[in-house]
Design a protein around this ligand. Structure first.
Ligand code: ADP
Ligand code: MG
Length: 503
């Protein structure tokens, strides 16, 4: 594999403060496992169903009900860990995180505090071609989601929907290695891309299937390097955690706001209080939600209803062997095999299905040309209409057919675009359309020569000018192309015009 040499970006420095400040950010991303059943029950995870229609007795915490681990969910966490080059812990265990909330009938959440299923890994966050940040992953643990309280249906009452209760989440915790708002958003983009490649989480942020808690602190230049050198968190500033962010734009806005808020406090001689905050996108502000709770506040203890998880290395190895090609590898391969830029490779590999579509077009054809057509014509058009590649009216085979006709010299690039339009709105076989509608390029020298002669005869004054100034020959080329309905082979026209004008 080609290793694209990455250079780390400069940390973001906050302008407008009295002194220079740098940002330090760590993320806790909750990714809902793409499984049909919940983590400890057989109830369905279908989104948007009638409230309380998918609730097993154990989800509702009926007395005496016991949780049973869903092996599929465990496998998805392992797959995710392997894709993040992380250590897979063959021994892990579930703990109870105790707290009271109406949407949590058990009175505790089953999570993994002491022995998470996945240990240290990393993600390469792409910032610009050749520029990226390696963000260390601290751990991934499996836990249950809580239910949902609904406060806006009745003026006097709140309702509880337990459909979500017990759905499997992977909590993916990063080290505080993210150094700016754009990087934080790019981190979520990259993580989401990897999860979607794997199919372990659908990454649907609107439905809340991927949400991030963003930990933000500020420090003076040089302090972060000391932290990396020593591992001592004392070199970093006090952090605040912004909860439940599910939009890349809001993540950036919230971090910008939060950094300025903390800097203003410190520069005024105050101290930042560690707490949990919420971002209000309408006001563009974060506000305090609750003071920071510590692990001991939850009275964690090993869940006596569940045995520890013990994985066999061979089972993990099988999962490792079945991993798909991941975004970084695919991108490097596209650059190497098709001679495209890193930027184009990034666009084509953003989604696995886009990359597959491109490869179907490119196989056996000019890769660079295929990339241009897929990115500019096809993706451009799909984006404008809000369609995905799966919904594309033009198939990979049809687009490939257009490229073949160009390669054979049957159609020019300009006619190819007209043909693409026809395929987009009417469908059909590219070669048949070209044949039936007389769109074939004229390469017959005699016919083109006649057209050139005609234009020259009709414009004697222009001929005089063009003889004195060969640059004006382009005008004749344009006229001939117009007269032949764009079907004359442009290279031939150029050549004949130059010859006839004696240039
Ligand atoms: P908790 O689970 O109590 O929220 P953790 O120690 O697990 O606390 O850290 C949660 C997240 O906060 C991690 O992503 C970590 O990297 C990040 N973090 C820790 N210290 C800082 C800091 N000073 N500034 C920014 N992020 C931090
Ligand atoms: Mg936290």
């Amino acid at each position: 594999m080609l290793d694209l040499a990455y250079k780390a970006p400069e940390p973001k420095v906050i302008a407008g403060a009295k002194e220079d400040w740098e940002l330090v950010i760590g993320m806790e991303v909750h990714a809902q496992v793409a499984s049909n059943a919940k983590l400890f029950s057989g109830a369905s995870t279908t989104f948007g169903a009638e409230p309380n229609s998918y609730v097993a007795f154990v989800d509702a915490a009926m007395p005496g009900m016991l949780p049973v681990i869903n092996e599929f969910c465990v496998e998805q966490a392992v797959r995710t860990g392997l894709a993040l080059k992380a250590q897979i812990n063959l021994f892990s265990a579930f703990d109870r995180k105790n707290y009271f909330y109406p949407d949590l009938p058990q009175g505790y959440q089953i999570s993994q505090l002491y022995h998470p299923i996945v240990g240290e890994g990393e993600i390469l966050v792409d910032m610009a071609p050749g520029i990226g940040r390696r963000v260390r992953i601290e751990r991934i643990h499996l836990e249950q989601d809580a239910g949902k309280s609904i406060h806006d249906m009745d003026p006097n009452m709140s309702f509880v929907d337990l459909n979500r209760t017990g759905v499997a989440l992977m909590e993916i915790v990063s080290r505080p290695d993210i150094r700016g708002p754009e990087e934080a958003a790019a981190y979520v983009v990259k993580l989401r891309q990897i999860l979607r490649y794997l199919g372990t989480c659908d990454g649907n942020m609107q439905n809340g299937n991927l949400r991030a808690d963003v930990n933000v602190s500020v420090c003076r230049p040089g302090a972060y390097e000391k932290f990396i050198e020593t591992g001592d968190f004392g070199y970093l500033g006090t952090r605040c955690e912004i909860k439940n962010m599910n939009s890349m734009r809001f993540i950036q806005q919230a971090i910008e706001y939060e950094a300025r808020r903390q800097i203003a406090i410190i520069e005024d001689g105050g101290t930042v209080v560690q707490e949990t905050r919420l971002y209000d996108p309408d006001k563009g502000e974060t506000r305090s939600m609750r003071s920071k709770e510590e692990a001991h506040d939850y009275r964690y203890f090993p869940d006596p209803d569940l045995l520890p998880l013990e994985l066999e290395q061979a089972w993990v190895d099988d999962i490792a062997a079945s991993l798909p090609e991941l975004p970084d590898e695919k991108k490097a391969r596209f650059v190497l095999n098709y001679g495209m830029t890193e930027y184009d490779a990034g666009v084509l590999t953003a989604e696995a299905e886009n990359a597959a579509f491109f490869e179907e077009v490119a196989t056996g054809r000019d890769g660079k040309q295929a990339a241009n057509w897929v990115i500019n014509e096809l993706f451009g058009r799909l984006n404008k209409q809000g369609l995905t590649v799966a919904e594309s009216p033009v198939s990979a085979a049809q687009l490939g057919g257009v490229l073949d006709l160009m390669a054979k010299g049957d159609i020019s690039g300009k006619i190819a675009k007209d043909l693409f339009e026809i395929l987009w709105s009417e469908g059909g076989d590219p070669a048949e359309i070209v044949e039936a509608r007389g769109m074939k390029q004229v390469t017959d020298t005699g016919a083109i020569e006649a057209a050139v002669d005609e234009i020259i005869a009709a414009n004697p004054a222009q001929v005089e000018k063009a003889k004195a100034n060969p640059k004006l020959a382009g005008w004749f080329v344009g006229q001939v192309l117009k007269a032949t309905g764009g079907k004359a082979n442009p290279a031939l026209v150029n050549e004949l015009v130059a010859k006839k004008l004696g240039n």
